[in-house]
Ligand binder design. Structure first.
Ligand code: DON
Length: 604
């Protein structure tokens, strides 16, 4: 466990001196068993990519890409420069992220894309999240064996059982074929080239690999990444992925069906089975991307458009904003009042997530009742001006009976944004879940461990401490509940902000705070993304403050005095954004990549 703490402390974005007291606290915490999930989650966003400098925010006149790896932003910008639009660039960036940061996302995973097409002002939400295999059952993880050779070890987190059917190939194809201007074969080129020629391993990825080396080396492809007998990837070494390059080119030439059927599909099934999994050719052939209606609401003079279920992120964002709007203005004044109100506003929606959320195609979700105005008023009325309420105070059970999951009819994450010169916007979050996913590969693709986003059992917390309810138990073809919150915010008819984050359960709280910093508190992109953030997810009843961006001690003391139980947050989410502004003499697009992860934007 100690190694995790060192990893986290290895890349502060603020002066190292602030860590002395926190390091002491962490050492104490390491003796507590329940700290395990926090510590493991701390690894999730550490697959960072470079030394944070001051370039993480840049302005552009025509188009911009903000991704958590500089080479991924550049891949998107290359496609835009070659005549592609935001959809083409999003696909290229997604693929390049998988190559440059195989610990966080890739073709073996899945995600959500929110796409705004300027021509007809349409908004489309593509759900290409992983789906459970047809043989999945609610009890499949109850007695499943762990792989204790590494820090993240349960059967839902490593090995064959951990993987759902990847959705990213379908997502990439759909974005390009429906909305793009370029042929898929051209869009895949930057990533294929990067996989072939190699990408230098960053120091943080090298460190994460050290924690997982024993598990990673069980996979023949990942084993080749390690030089000789090395027990970690070496910073600066060129990571070449020839098998992945081949798979990317197959996708470019023949489309996603060449991954869901034929030789690559057979390879996925073979590798999954070899590692104790239950994926079948049929599961792959039957995978379908789903187009969903994004959630949308007006708050604080803007229209917020965001992720619908199976994400709980969009719901949490909109409900929190609705509650904030309903508390008296002095109770949300910047400073301790706002921090208090934010923490209180998240407790109710996180409880709803535990109780009601599941795949909307399998479980009925009482969305209208959950968001009904009287319920929002009731929750806002519970917010005490100066006292932290226990999360249960916000639990407003609904008189609903959820339809049970249907039976089959026979049957690491990264967020990035693209804005192009025509005004199209892509807000995309993509994931393989925990670092290096399930830690095995198929046809060069790191396979996801998204099954950990299901409830392993009712009341059991996942790697992010999120407690699962019955609607989110695994089941055939089900998608697990997510926190991913790709969002676009409009002022009138203009999309002024593309934003989202990686970071497990902290995705939505981080996204919301940075968006509010920009839109309501008039910070510039650099200030907004760098500002310290807090997090509360109802359970555990802790108000967390980031260790990489410590909140002012006085504010922490004030929050404690209000009854908040304070705990340091070892795992910071990372936010990528593009903000469109109209300031005389300034280029309109302000793109920022969170210095917590070291990305750089690109554009023109
Ligand atoms: O869908 C989700 O909510 C998670 N699989 C996201 C995981 C994540 O953000 C890991 N991050 N750094």
């Amino acid at each position: 466990m100690r190694v995790f703490v060192r990893l986290v402390l290895a890349r502060p974005i603020f002066p190292r001196s602030v860590f002395a007291p926190l390091a002491w606290l962490l050492k104490r915490l390491m003796r507590i068993r329940t700290f395990a999930f926090v510590a493991s989650a701390a690894l999730l966003c550490l697959a960072a990519t470079g030394t944070p400098g001051e370039d993480f925010a840049q302005r552009y006149r025509e188009y911009a890409v903000a991704a958590h790896h500089p080479l991924a932003s550049r891949a998107g910008a290359e496609i835009l420069a070659a005549g592609g639009n935001a959809a083409d660039a999003a696909a290229a960036t997604m693929l390049a992220l998988g190559v440059s940061t195989p610990s966080s996302s890739g073709l073996g995973g899945g995600g959500f894309a929110l796409y705004y097409r300027a021509r007809d002002r349409s908004l489309t939400f593509l759900d290409f999240r992983e789906r459970a295999p047809g043989k999945a059952t609610p009890t499949m993880f109850r007695d499943a064996k762990s792989d204790t050779d590494g820090p993240i070890s349960s059967a839902s987190q490593i090995g064959g059982l951990a993987s759902g059917v990847p959705g990213e190939p379908a997502g990439i194809e759909d974005l390009v074929r429906r909305f793009g201007k370029l042929p898929l074969s051209k869009v895949v080129e930057p990533a294929a080239r990067m996989a072939e020629q190699g990408v230098p391993v960053s120091e943080p990825i090298a460190k994460v690999s050290a924690a997982f080396a024993a598990q990673m080396k069980k996979d023949a492809t990942m084993r080749k990444w390690f030089a000789g007998n090395a027990n970690a990837l070496t910073p600066g070494q060129l990571l070449r992925q020839p098998e992945l390059a081949k798979t990317i080119r197959v996708l470019g030439a023949r489309g996603a069906s060449a991954i869901y059927r034929g030789a690559i599909a057979r390879e996925i099934v073979r590798k999954s089975r070899q590692r104790g999994g239950i994926l079948s050719l049929r599961d792959l052939a039957r995978y379908r991307l789903v187009e969903r209606r994004p959630l949308s609401a007006e708050h604080f003079g803007h229209r917020w458009v965001t992720a619908p279920p199976p994400s709980a992120g969009g719901y949490t964002l909109l409900q929190s904003l609705a509650i904030l709007e309903r508390v008296p203005p002095h109770q949300r004044r910047r400073g301790v009042a706002l921090l208090h109100a934010l923490a209180e506003s998240w407790k109710g929606p996180y409880l709803d997530r535990e109780r009601y959320f599941g795949d909307p195609d399998h479980v009925s979700l009482p969305e209208t009742k959950m968001m009904a105005a009287p319920r929002l008023e009731a929750r806002a009325a519970i917010v005490h001006p100066t006292l932290a309420m226990p999360p249960e105070a916000y639990d407003l059970p609904l008189p609903v009976k959820q339809r049970p999951a249907k039976q089959p009819d026979n049957a690491g994450t990264s967020h990035f944004c693209v804005m192009d010169a025509a005004g199209n916007v892509a807000s995309v979050t993509t994931t393989i879940n925990l670092p290096f996913g399930a830690r095995y590969t198929a046809a060069g693709m790191v396979m996801n461990d998204e099954m950990d986003d299901f409830a392993r059992d009712v009341g059991v917390a996942n790697a992010f401490g999120l407690v699962g309810g019955a609607p989110n138990l695994p089941g055939p073809d089900k998608r697990p509940v997510s926190t991913m919150t790709p969002t676009i915010v409009f002022k009138g008819n203009t999309p002024v902000l593309c934003i989202g984050a990686a970071g497990g359960s902290r995705i939505v709280t981080a996204t919301q705070q940075v968006a509010m910093n920009l839109l309501l508190h008039r910070m510039n992109a650099k200030e907004a993304v760098r500002a310290p953030r807090i997090h509360h997810q109802a359970h555990p009843n802790k108000l967390r403050t980031e260790e990489v961006a410590p909140l002012d001690n006085k504010l922490v003391a004030q929050l404690k005095a209000r009854g908040h139980v304070h705990e340091p947050l070892h795992h910071a989410a990372n936010v990528q954004l593009i903000h469109r502004t109209r300031r005389r003499g300034q280029k309109p697009l302000s793109a920022a990549c969170d210095p917590r992860k070291g990305g750089l934007p690109a554009g023109n």
